[in-house]
Design a protein around this ligand. Structure first.
Ligand code: PGA
Length: 275
């Protein structure tokens, strides 16, 4: 089984650095007790609020278990290193604080900050130039038949616009997260339902097809394409077993200690079944 990405998007949580370190401790405990062979998710990427990045990076680097398994990323970036932008965080700042990845174009940024395709495109370019690995989000607003032309059109339009003018080389890492907006917990008062595995597989196939056409078959076959939207301890096994999704992006459930524990417990059990 190929190893998968487990990405935790902590959004605007938790409220203090101390609590962020407690969440990190939960992850550490879980990965220290990992069953062998280790769970199917080998790459754990944590995207904390950028205020905690520097501290978390120090703690992770000082700890062998954490440093081996966890990589940090940010939830957003501005597209220039030197402009006067009040409140902005530059790619260089993120890198210097320990981020290796950056999430770009999340639906909540589009909703609350009115991010446009132009802005998303600038951010992706800035991330690549500054050696940050972009994790870009695409997904349709409303639940529709995934075989419908409208869904295809919507996803292809987002990819065409967000990635306009972007060049990738064979060795570049670039991650796409397929996140149907209707499935994200924040758009459902915390009670969202994930998309069905069949539909996720179809949509990821569609995105991979677009990548192959736009870049190359080689890039498409290596590009990690993840699923995000109401992934929890209760359903993570489903995605761990998908041969199509290269991992998951977990929001809400990764910000609650008990849910986070459950995620790792469930993965451990899945693992036992597979071995
Ligand atoms: P959720 O969020 O897991 O809370 O649905 C996923 C995301 O928004 O990235």
């Amino acid at each position: 089984m190929t190893k998968k990405y487990l990405v935790f998007n902590w959004k605007m949580s938790p409220s203090s650095a101390e609590e962020a370190l407690e969440l990190l401790e939960v992850i550490k405990e879980a990965i220290s007790q990992e069953a062998r062979p280790s769970n199917p998710f080998s790459k754990i990427i944590v995207l904390p609020p950028c205020l905690y990045l520097y501290l978390m990076n120090q703690i992770i680097n000082a700890d062998k278990v954490l440093a081996k398994k966890i990589t940090l990323g940010a939830q957003d970036v501005f597209w220039h290193n030197r402009w006067a932008v009040t409140g902005g965080i530059s790619p260089k700042m993120l890198k210097n604080a320990g981020a290796r990845y950056v999430l770009i174009g999340h639906s909540e940024r589009q909703q609350y900050f009115k991010e446009t395709a132009y802005m998303i495109n600038q951010k992706i370019k800035a991330a690549l130039v500054n050696n940050l690995i972009p994790i870009i989000c695409v997904g349709e607003k409303e639940k529709r038949d995934v075989d419908s032309f409208l869904v295809k059109k919507c996803i292809f339009e987002q990819l065409n616009n967000n990635l306009a003018g972007i060049k990738l080389n064979a060795g570049d890492t670039f991650i796409i997260a397929y996140e149907p907006i209707w499935a994200i917990s924040s758009h459902n008062q915390g009670q969202g339902q994930p998309e069905s595995l069949d539909d996720i597989n179809k949509m990821i196939g569609l995105i991979r097809f677009w990548v192959a056409r736009r870049f190359s078959e080689n890039i498409a076959s290596k590009m990690p394409i993840l699923y995000g939207g109401s992934v929890t301890g209760a359903n993570i096994n489903l995605f761990a077993q998908s041969s199509v999704a290269d991992g998951v992006l977990v929001g809400r459930a990764s910000t609650k200690k008990q849910e986070l524990k459950k995620i790792f417990q469930k993965l451990k059990r899945t693992n036992k079944k597979f071995t």
